[in-house]
Design a protein around this ligand. Structure first.
Ligand code: NAG
Ligand code: NAG
Length: 430
């Protein structure tokens, strides 16, 4: 049999072998990476270990690839390993190394460390000598080999990551890696739904209390990602009490942590009545106000606050039977938002415009307050001039046109509300 590491190099060196194969197998980016790392490992192992596919299956897969933690602490995980690799756990010590790899990256590093430069060179030369037919044949061989190896499902990968995260014996770095894997996994809605099934939500939420700010931030990020546009996961996370923790994190001195927490909070309560009631019960609207009127706050945090405000008011408009929040028609609160429209940051200006557009439509906001107390007319006019100047720049012409159109809408709603106010007042006088 040909030495296996040649296959690997045909994979690595020849785009013609590598790219079409992964494309035709319909594998995702992450799975492709897994396969690559696995192959890297197989190919760079001492020759004796890889005398044939079958022993590779038993020893490498059964013995170590899925041994993702250094300590075998949970029986659940052993079961998982068995289900992934079959029951052939005859790891008879062919592979010598200290403990498992806590992450794929760790394994990659290890494999690279064990590679032999002379062999790599030889392999590279050999691959270059292959004819197209030989390459094609190799491609088929790889495919066959890969079909023999069972690919783990995303749920299984999540289970492994959750177990790593839950393992307090692992280093901070390893758990950070586990969080990063989870972050990638929960991007799809099915995986987000499965996160609770594998017991992942309580574990991730617990990490919001971790003493390490980076762990806390990544955990918040995962919570945000998983609950985005997903009412089921939103409910699960709210019931597990994450909202209060996230609100504390928004006040963090680390701008990064505060921004991730506010992102998660927004995703958690967007379009979610229970979540929003809890948010208000905790003084969430005051929290947003504090951020919006703090001129030394990180701009990302400010943009996110205004954006969340626009969402919340939009939700109130869509649920008109609910009582409106008094703060939203408070003159000082409105002035804070109008002031943000005067920012030089276009993104913030756009979000503030959207917030004002919604706020204007609440029954309890008064157009006269916006006119006389907040000076909305003047702000809108300065905005028009600002946009006009920027429209001359070709690259942002479309964006400026959209902004100007939004500004026009706000102005129209504002003036129509002013007119209505006038006729109402007249009606009272008569
Ligand atoms: C996390 O660890 C605890 C024990 O430390 C265990 O009771 C729990 O089941 C574990 N959770 C998961 C999802 O592995
Ligand atoms: C405004 O933000 C800065 C930076 O986050 C913070 O240090 C300061 O305490 C905030 N001021 C108020 C009044 O909240």
């Amino acid at each position: 049999m040909y030495p296996n590491w040649i296959i690997f190099f045909s994979l690595m060196l020849s785009g013609t072998v590598f790219a079409p194969f992964f494309r035709s197998s319909g594998m995702g980016r992450r799975q492709a990476r897994l396969v690559l790392v696995l192959w890297l490992f197989l190919m760079l192992c001492p020759e004796a270990m890889i005398s044939g596919t079958h022993s590779v299956n038993n020893s490498v897969l059964g013995g170590m690839f899925w041994t993702s933690t250094k300590e075998e602490t949970s029986t659940k995980k052993s079961d998982l390993e068995e289900s992934v690799v079959g029951n052939d756990n005859n790891n008879n010590g062919e592979i010598e190394f200290n403990g498992g790899f806590s992450s794929l990256d760790g394994m990659l590093q290890w494999a690279i460390g064990y590679s032999d430069p002379a062999k790599l060179k030889e392999a590279a030369q050999e691959v270059q000598r292959l004819s197209p037919d030989e390459l094609k044949e190799r491609q088929l061989e790889i495919k066959e080999l890969m079909e023999k190896m069972k690919m783990p499902s995303d749920a299984e990968l999540m289970q492994i990551a959750v177990a790593d995260l839950n393992n307090s014996l692992l280093s901070l770095e390893d758990r950070q890696h586990a969080l990063q894997e989870l972050f990638i996994l929960v991007e799809t809605i099915d995986n987000a739904n499965d996160l609770n099934k594998v017991g992942g939500l309580p574990v991730v939420i617990r990490e919001l209390d971790n003493s390490n700010a980076e762990i806390r931030s990544t955990s918040a990020w995962i919570i945000g990602k998983a609950s985005q546009n997903n009412p089921v996961v939103q409910k699960q996370i709210i019931e597990l009490g994450a909202l209060k923790k996230l609100m504390v994190m928004v006040k963090s001195r680390s701008a990064e942590e505060a921004a991730k927490a506010l992102y998660a909070l927004s995703a958690l309560i967007r379009g979610n009545l229970d979540g929003q009631e809890l948010f208000y019960a905790e003084g969430g609207e005051l929290m947003l106000q504090d951020i919006m009127r703090n001129s030394s706050i990180d701009i990302r945090l400010c943009r996110k606050s205004v954006s969340l405000l626009a969402d919340l008011v939009e939700f109130q408009l869509a649920n008109a039977n609910k009582e409106e929040l008094p703060l939203f028609s408070n003159p000082f609160f409105l002035k804070t938002v109008v002031n943000l429209m005067g920012s030089t940051d276009l993104d913030l200006q756009e979000k503030a415009l959207m917030a004002i557009k919604s706020l204007l439509q609440l029954r309890t906001t008064e157009a006269l307050v916006l006119k006389d107390f907040c000076g909305l007319d003047g702000v809108l006019e300065r905005m028009r001039e600002h946009f006009q100047q920027l429209t001359s720049e070709e690259y942002q012409k479309d964006f400026m046109r959209d902004l100007e159109s939004l500004r026009g809408e706000v102005k129209a709603i504002f003036h129509s509300k002013l007119e209505k106010g006038k006729t109402c007042a007249k009606g009272h006088e008569d």
